[in-house]
Design a binder for this molecule. Structure first.
Ligand code: ZN
Length: 314
């Protein structure tokens, strides 16, 4: 969970408890407990806020009514926004917006991030409509009137349509779990691939799991890690990140015409301050060094062609 998400959840819980405290008929003892919890939330909010060094993350779309500058998320949980220029805090009702930063976005405001083709198939005999997409699950609804047809499509769009690209993480705790296929989905999913990758790597290293995968919104594995290697799956391509020893062995086998244990032809390893990539897809075992992981992956995917390669090929 990133800092902004923690702020959102904390602020929402704080607001809910505040509403209860002010409006519900509760005992003195219960009020005290609620106030204690609210204090804990306030501390979490403050410490999370102080961890955010890049204040760009805190800039909202809303503007200050005095100076017209963009408002920031407030550093005080009792308020919602702050203007740094005017040194002023605002409640959300003081700001002209129906899209308050910590409130859950409305379904209809969700962005659509992928192409799709909506299929509608009405059966007049059954009075049912089938709605589906080429990749997503379909739904069948009873439907007698045009109004019901529109409602059915609305229902489908809100409940079935995959809007954005989202990533989830699946974990197999031990080899036994892996062998019997008992993985479980990590309780957080991600809009951002880099964040999913960072989390998957950290979980794998911290808990010593047998294997871990990142799944895309179609449930397909695009990253798999076990004790031997990390494999990245792109369209029709697979790239493996291995340790130094395996990489040396790979080069050794290639030099000595030995069969490879590792059945891949695009791999790299993380060095101390660089990445060594091997592209053996043409059987020539090209080796290159890069500064970043992104660079080595792009080279292996053929998105960049180094000048040296061009020279070598000629
Ligand atoms: Zn201002």
């Amino acid at each position: 969970m990133n800092e902004l998400e923690i702020l959102k959840i904390t602020k929402n819980s704080y607001e809910d408890m505040n509403k209860l405290l002010k409006n519900a008929n509760i005992s003195k003892e219960e009020s005290n407990k609620l106030e204690k919890s609210m204090n804990a939330l306030k501390n979490i909010y403050n410490s999370t806020y102080s961890k955010i060094f890049n204040h760009n993350e805190l800039i909202t779309n809303e503007c200050c009514k005095n100076c017209n500058n963009n408002l920031l998320v407030s550093d005080n949980i009792d308020y919602s926004y702050q203007c740094v220029e005017c040194d002023e805090n605002y409640y959300d009702f003081e700001v002209d917006t129906n899209n308050v930063w910590y409130k859950k976005g409305k379904e209809e405001n969700k962005k659509i991030n992928s192409s799709f083709c909506l299929e509608l198939d009405y059966d007049n005999k059954d009075k049912t409509i089938f709605i589906g997409t080429e990749t997503g699950a379909g739904a069948k609804c009873k439907c007698n009137t045009i109004g019901e047809l529109i409602d059915s499509i609305k229902f489908y769009c809100y409940n079935y349509l995959d809007y954005g690209k989202r990533y989830s993480i699946e974990i197999w705790e031990t080899d036994w779990h892996r062998n019997v296929g008992e993985g479980y989905i990590y309780n957080n999913d991600f809009d951002n691939y880099d964040e999913a990758l960072r989390t998957a790597r950290k979980l794998f290293e911290d808990y010593n799991y047998a294997s871990i995968e990142i799944l895309d919104n179609k449930g397909e594995a695009i990253y798999c890690r076990d004790n031997e290697s990390e494999d990245f799956y792109f369209e029709n391509e697979r790239i493996s990140c291995v340790d130094n020893e395996l990489l040396s062995k790979y080069i050794d086998n290639w030099t000595n015409y030995k069969e490879q244990d590792l059945k891949v032809d695009k791999l790299y390893c993380r060095g101390d301050d660089s990445y060594i990539g091997i592209d053996n897809s043409t059987g020539n075992c090209w080796i290159e060094e890069f500064q970043t992981e992104k660079e080595v992956q792009e080279w292996l995917l053929g998105k960049t062609l180094e000048k040296e390669d061009l020279d070598n090929e000629i």
